[in-house]
Design a protein around this ligand. Structure first.
Ligand code: 5GP
Ligand code: MG
Ligand code: MG
Length: 183
């Protein structure tokens, strides 16, 4: 693990910097093949997806465009409700384009299914999802995630874009927080 200050707050490293980099390279190669010759637009969902967006897009070698969306999910406590508000919409018109939503993590999948429906209504040529991480809960909703980096256990993780109280996003690995952080 890195010797960053925030790094000492981790209890357990789930995915190392090297494991993340290797999987990102594999996903990028798959995307290069699948989207060859197509006008692909990567849509990063702020803020969690910034790291995977930056690394995945640079590992890809086909021509591509990038855009970002920010959404907030209304809900009680930590569970998302599926009622979503757009905080920042796309700059681009996506009609006729191949859209690839890039997400950090799929938990309940509620935010994502709303996002897929919303983007699909704008007349794109296709909408697919690439998520770095997926939790077991995601299996309960019908969200078709075409590209998944890692299936992880049902634990709260931080790092590589993922936050706790808007911190830890800059960790190079993905891990769980030590109990002292929460108390
Ligand atoms: P859902 O799939 O439940 O609608 O919501 C997914 C969102 O919840 C993710 O984009 C992320 O912001 C947040 N989330 C879900 N699980 C975790 C986790 O383990 N760690 C962190 N930091 N955020 C999570
Ligand atoms: Mg996200
Ligand atoms: Mg968050």
């Amino acid at each position: 693990m890195d010797a960053t200050d925030t790094g000492t707050d981790l209890e357990h490293v789930l995915l190392s910097e090297e494991q993340l980099a290797e999987r990102i390279r594999e996903l990028a190669a798959e995307l290069d093949r699948d989207y060859a010759g197509q006008d692909v637009l990567l849509v990063g969902v702020l803020k969690g997806a910034v790291m995977v967006m930056a690394d995945l897009s640079r590992a890809m070698s086909i021509p591509l465009s990038m855009d970002f969306m920010a959404v907030s999910s209304y809900g009680s406590g930590t569970k998302s409700s599926g009622v979503v508000r757009i905080l920042k919409d796309l700059d681009a018109d996506i009609s006729g384009r191949h859209v690839l939503i890039v997400e950090d993590i799929i938990d309940s999948g509620l935010t994502l299914s709303w996002l897929i429906a919303n983007l699909s209504s704008r007349g794109p040529a296709s909408v697919r999802v690439c998520a770095l991480l997926r939790k077991p809960e995601a299996a309960k909703v019908v969200v078709d995630v075409a590209y998944v980096g890692f299936d992880i256990p049902n634990e709260f993780v931080v790092g590589y874009g993922l936050d706790y109280s808007d911190r830890y996003r800059n960790l190079k690995c993905v891990g769980t927080l030590a109990p002292h952080v929460y108390s």
